[in-house]
Write a protein that binds this ligand. Structure first.
Ligand SMILES: Cc1cc2nc3c(=O)[nH]c(=O)nc-3n(C[C@H](O)[C@H](O)[C@H](O)COP(=O)(O)OP(=O)(O)OC[C@H]3O[C@@H](n4cnc5c(N)ncnc54)[C@H](O)[C@@H]3O)c2cc1C
Length: 117
């Protein structure tokens, strides 16, 4: 699988990753900025419009990729499965590799419940 080189690699394309990618691309116009996330399209993860009933469904709540692309950043669909910080390389589930100069991890968080005894 092909190897890609980028100046800034953002792993994760939720609100934090998209904002980080957009900001990096805007502030460093000469640099290559690449955001990687598994979702083709992602919704804005906010409950408020649903609570107030202003949205008919998730189709109307997609987080656009246009702001990132128009700032000069790129978006790639994929899942990062390992990060080698020493050699500045990330490996993707599809076998691809990305070499970076700067890395931003924006993979969000998952809720968990601690077990108390
Ligand atoms: C149902 C619900 C309702 C909410 N309502 C509100 C609200 O009303 N107001 C509010 O302020 N907040 C709300 N939140 C919280 C809000 O969704 C989070 O604060 C926000 O999404 C965090 O953004 P993030 O980019 O840090 O992480 P996330 O949105 O979790 O994004 C993480 C991204 O990283 C990607 N990723 C993870 N691992 C990898 C990997 N190995 N390789 C590549 N990509 C990877 C994920 O696929 C995703 O694209 C709500 C959350 C939920 C679940």
């Amino acid at each position: 699988m092909a190897e890609t080189a980028t100046d800034v690699l953002v792993v994760g394309g939720g609100p934090a990753g998209m904002m980080a990618g957009m900001t990096a691309a805007r502030f460093w116009p000469g640099k290559r900025v690449l955001v990687v996330r598994p979702e083709e399209d992602a919704v804005i993860p906010c409950g408020i419009p649903y609570i107030f009933g202003t949205l008919g469904g998730t189709d109307e709540d997609l987080a656009g990729r246009a702001p990132l692309l128009s700032a000069g950043g790129r978006l790639r669909t994929g899942m990062v499965v390992s990060v080698d910080r020493g050699n500045r390389r990330a490996r993707l589930q599809d076998g691809g590799e990305i070499v970076w100069d700067r890395l931003i991890l924006a993979t969000g968080a998952e809720n968990f419940r601690e077990l108390y005894t």
